[in-house]
Design a protein around this ligand. Sequence first.
Ligand SMILES: CC(C)(COP(=O)(O)OP(=O)(O)OC[C@H]1O[C@@H](n2cnc3c(N)ncnc32)[C@H](O)[C@@H]1OP(=O)(O)O)[C@@H](O)C(=O)NCCC(=O)NCCS
Length: 166
Amino acid sequence: MRGLVIRPAEARDRAAIRELVTEAFGQPAEAGLVDALVADNDVVLELVATHEGEIVGHVLFSRLFVEDEAGRFAAVALAPIAVQPRRQKTRVGSTLIENAHMLLKDRGETLSIVLGDPAYYGRFGYAHDRAAGFASDYQCEALQALALGEAPAIGRLVYAPAFSGL
Ligand SMILES: CC(C)(COP(=O)(O)OP(=O)(O)OC[C@H]1O[C@@H](n2cnc3c(N)ncnc32)[C@H](O)[C@@H]1OP(=O)(O)O)[C@@H](O)C(=O)NCCC(=O)NCCS
C-alpha cells in the first residue's frame, strides 16, 4: 500500500491498537493479550503500520525463553499480528513482519517462534521443521520457528505469563 509508514508503537497509540486488534480478530481476547504483555514489560518489539496518520496494522514480539538443563536462551514470540479488515491482503502484514525481522536481527535476536497458519508464515521463512524439536503445550504443525542467527533447536518453550491468560 502506498504511503504506509512502519514505526515503533508509542504510549499514545494504546487505544487505537486495542481497537484495531479487537476489530481484526472480531473479539477482545488478543487486544487484552497485547495490553497484558505491555503491562508486564514482556514486549521485545511492537510496531504499527500507519496510513495518513491512522493505525492500520500492528505486530508484537514478546520475550520467550527456550529452557533446558543448561539454562535458558532468549528468543521471541510473534503474536499477535493484526491488520484492519478493509486493508487486509494489501501487504500491510507482510511489511510489518519483514521490518520487524530486520530490526530484531539488528538487535541480536536469533530465534522467532510463531503459532499460526504455515501458508502465511512460511513466506517469511518460518517452518515447523525448525520448531519440531521444541517441547511445548502448543506443539503441533502450526508451531513454527525462524532462525535469524545461531539458536537452539531443542528445549522447552516458555512463553510470557500473559499467554496463560488467553
Ligand atoms: C493475518 C493477517 C495479519 C495478514 O495480514 P495481511 O496484511 O492481510 O496479509 P498480506 O497482505 O501481507 O499477505 C496477504 C497474503 O497472505 C494470505 N493470507 C492472509 N491471511 C492469511 C491467513 N490467515 N492464512 C493464510 N494466508 C493468509 C493472503 O491470501 C495473501 O496471499 P497471496 O499473497 O498469495 O495473495 C491479517 O489478515 C489479519 O489481521 N487477520 C486477522 C487477525 C489474524 O488472524 N491474525 C493472525 C493470527 S495468527
